[in-house]
Design a protein around this ligand. Structure first.
Ligand code: NAD
Ligand code: DAU
Length: 356
């Protein structure tokens, strides 16, 4: 079996669902259920004996050690993190705790556990660290995309905490021989994404008749990848990734934010027409401090060495995402309560409309 951390979040729960759709190998799913963790995401697995959910914190080393001893997983896939850049600007402490201390704690538990394994088991054991392209910082318009050898230059508390976690993972390989592999992925989108991130926020606001907030001039570029493609890449990395290596994962889909929002508005105009075009709801607001201008991933290594390529285009992935959201309005409404409303107030109330 495998142990997944953060399997109640966006990418983790997609990974769990995809994994069990294609394999009978059981999963232990350890998640703290922060605001971003949602057990509804795997409600379809309620009676499935292959999925065991454990409500707990990756910083709780005793709990992690007990789980490793009891279940003897052949791999740990580490998704758990604080993941939203804007939240890291308002309050970095949780990011330092979970992303750095939590990863350290997990690495130490994994190191102690691997020492109890037989030579053959240790040989095949893997610690797969799920990370981000934001560790590389920002690109100019004409710069080459991030490769695995691009120097780290994180610019937000979130990316700095992920960069630190990547460096810890690297050190545990070089110093202790823990068989780690890291995936540095670009922006994900798709079903079950918490509506604080650009794409689900814009769809939710559009349908609610609210403003669609574009930070700054909307010309920041991200490299979008459908979440199912990220999950497929991680399965390849787990199966054949080389210990100590990192793999950049991206969709070859560089888009300016304003173009992403236009695409969403046009899809909504087609699939859920209102009396006006949703584009009329677009509002330019004050920029994010330290906003990275451009991310782009050179994904040739994972294609060359592990044979992975994204299956979805931006057009097919975005259409699936809008269709999923329209068909799952109860899920969206349920997560839009309590803490979520406080967050909207904190992040957007002070962003006056700008003239850009
Ligand atoms: P998410 O915020 O949707 O989910 C994070 C999950 O981790 C939640 O279920 C939360 O409850 C859990 N968690 C948080 N702190 C925890 C703790 N201390 N102990 C146990 N569980 C805890 O995040 P996501 O978007 O699914 O991202 C998953 C991973 O992928 C993160 O490591 C993130 O840095 C990385 N990543 C995300 C993207 C993206 O576009 N979303 C892109 C590249 C990499
Ligand atoms: O690149 C990978 C990263 O992508 C992941 O590591 C992070 O976990 C994930 O959150 C994401 O980070 P971003 O900051 O790029 O994603 P976000 O959806 O928050 O924003 C995407 C772009 O849209 C970014 O340039 C900021 C902009 N934006 C975002 C929001 C929420 C807006 O213009 N308006 C908004 O309201």
């Amino acid at each position: 079996m495998i142990l997944v951390t953060g399997g109640a979040g966006f990418i983790g729960s997609n990974f769990v669902l995809d994994w069990l759709a294609g394999s009978d190998e059981p999963i232990i799913n350890l998640d703290k259920l922060t605001y971003a963790g949602n057990p509804d995401n795997f409600a379809s697995l309620a009676k499935d004996p292959r999925h065991r959910f454990v409500h707990g914190d990756i910083c709780d080393r005793e709990l992690v050690a007990a789980l490793l001893k009891q279940y003897q997983p052949r791999a740990i896939l580490h998704f758990a993190a604080e993941s939203h850049v804007d939240r890291s600007i308002h309050g970095p402490a949780d990011f330092i705790r979970t992303n750095i201390d939590g990863t350290f704690s997990l690495l130490e538990a994994a190191r102690a556990y691997s020492a109890t394994l037989s030579d053959t088991q240790r040989e095949s054991f893997r610690f797969l660290h799920v990370s981000t392209d934001e560790v590389f910082g920002t690109l100019g318009a004409d710069d080459a995309p991030f490769s695995e050898t691009t120097p780290y230059a994180p610019n937000s508390p979130y990316s700095a905490s992920k960069a630190a976690s990547d460096q810890l993972v690297r050190a545990w390989f070089h110093t202790y021989g823990l068989p780690v592999v890291t995936g540095n992925c670009s922006n994900n989108y798709g079903p079950l994404q918490f509506p604080e991130k650009l794409i689900p926020l814009v769809i939710a606001n559009a349908l609610a008749g609210k403003p669609l907030p574009i930070y700054g001039d909307g010309q920041q570029v991200r490299d979008w990848l459908y979440v199912g493609d990220h999950c497929a890449a991680l399965r390849r990395v787990l199966a054949d990734g080389k210990p100590g290596e990192t793999y950049n994962i991206g969709g070859w889909n560089e888009k300016a934010n304003i173009d992403v929002v236009h695409t969403l508005c046009d899809l909504l105009d087609e699939l859920s027409p209102a009396a006006h075009s949703y584009r009329e709801q677009i509002t330019f607001v004050k920029d994010r401090p330290g906003h990275d201008r451009r991310y782009a991933i050179d994904a040739r290594k994972i294609e060359r060495e592990l044979g992975w390529k994204p299956a979805e285009t931006f057009e097919t992935g975005m259409r699936k995402t809008v269709q999923w959201t329209l068909a799952n309005q109860a899920w969206v409404r349920k997560v839009q309560s309590g803490e979520y409303l406080q967050w909207l107030d904190k992040n957007y109330a002070q962003r006056e409309e700008s003239k850009t």
